[in-house]
Design a protein around this ligand. Structure first.
Ligand code: NAG
Ligand code: NAG
Ligand code: NAG
Ligand code: NAG
Ligand code: NAG
Length: 303
């Protein structure tokens, strides 16, 4: 009688334990599946982390540089740029990651919008950016990529191999997160080559930011940078509709807050051991506001 009772008791116990174990397994499994689902979610971007291995000294400075490189179809220049810059920045012990902002739509190139988008993608993890041409490599190690309290124009007119006017601000510009947001990024109206940096110069000036340039650089226009010349690279200087007129004016409407785009994907790549993140970007053009995003004759009705 006692033994039977004991047996029934232990069977009930066994059942209870079995049910508990099944329950735990189910919970763990469904949680795992949920996590896997979440990892497929495109808004999670684990690649957007600094990729250099920082020394202890660097961790204590806390500054993180995102190198933003507007890009389209210049693969050979990229092959040179990524390993070179990675090494250059590591030598300066700058905690960094390189982002290739790859414009994949069929509109004309829009350097300014790509930089705005790059900034939006990295701003939670990086506290300053370098707006960086892919074809300009710093040769002088005294060109500092350290955190800029004020915007720093590294490709200064007296150092740049090609552009020497005093308001020139293109090529390579370092700017911290607060200042980039303060001026609402760059204008989105500049489709095709040129002038967007001149408009950005006025934005910085209007915000009373003092752009500084490197001091005490002993090298000159021929040996401070290497300008990588792709073979027969054509610049898209076409002007159609009223582009010429509009893009000569200060733009007080567009910028960081209204750039329209889709991110189609992220790819990590490594060139000669140097890591970079490619962001595939599809820009969206408002044809009413900027019809010159497409100057092809069949679209614009003129050549
Ligand atoms: C820029 O320089 C001017 C004159 O030296 C100064 O008054 C102003 O505060 C500076 N701006 C910033 C943001 O530091
Ligand atoms: C540049 O050189 C001048 C004169 O030698 C010096 O006063 C100044 O501190 C130097 N600037 C930097 C950034 O090293
Ligand atoms: C870099 O700066 C240091 C200190 O001012 C100077 O001695 C050196 O010659 C500079 N190097 C170059 C390549 O300009
Ligand atoms: C830079 O190179 C160009 C072309 O080789 C030459 O004409 C010019 O004199 C050089 N400038 C300097 C400052 O050395
Ligand atoms: C496109 O631009 C026009 C003119 O600037 C504006 O009225 C319209 O709201 C814009 N459309 C969108 C979808 O932003």
């Amino acid at each position: 009688m006692v033994r039977a009772k004991n047996a029934r008791f232990s069977f009930t116990c066994f059942l209870a334990v079995l049910i508990a174990v099944m329950f735990v397994i189910t919970v763990v499994l469904s949680f795992k599946l949920l996590t896997i689902d979440q990892c497929n979610c495109p808004s999670l971007v684990p690649e957007l982390r600094p990729s250099s291995k920082p020394s202890l000294k660097l961790i204590s400075t806390k500054h993180r540089l995102a190198v933003l490189v507007p890009y389209r179809e210049r693969f050979e220049e990229l092959l040179e740029f990524v390993p070179y810059m990675h090494r250059f920045l590591n030598n300066q012990q700058v905690y960094h990651n390189i982002f290739i902002l790859n414009q994949v739509d069929t509109y004309r190139f829009n350097r300014a919008s790509l930089i705005n988008i790059g900034f939006l993608q990295v701003k939670s993890d990086f506290d300053y950016v370098a707006m960086h041409d892919v074809d300009l490599l710093p040769l002088n190690e005294n060109l500092s990529y350290a955190y800029p309290k004020q915007p720093v124009h590294l490709a200064a007119p007296e150092l740049h191999p090609k552009y020497h006017y005093s308001k020139f601000i293109g090529g390579i510009l370092l700017i911290n997160r607060e200042h980039f947001q303060l001026v609402n990024g760059l204008s989105n109206r500049y489709w095709g080559w040129g002038l967007e940096d001149d408009e950005f110069y006025v934005r910085l000036k209007d915000a009373q930011l003092n752009v500084t340039r490197p001091e005490n650089i002993t090298t000159g226009v021929n040996n401070t940078f290497r300008h990588v010349h792709g073979k027969d690279r054509k610049r898209d200087t076409t002007k159609c509709y009223n582009q010429r007129e509009v893009t000569r004016k200060r733009d007080r409407q567009t910028g960081l807050h209204d750039v329209r785009y889709n991110v189609l994907g992220y790819k990590s790549l490594e060139i000669d051991g140097a890591p970079a993140t490619v962001i595939n970007i599809q820009l969206i053009c408002n044809h009413t506001a900027t019809p010159w995003c497409d100057c092809s004759p069949q679209k614009s009705g003129k050549v």
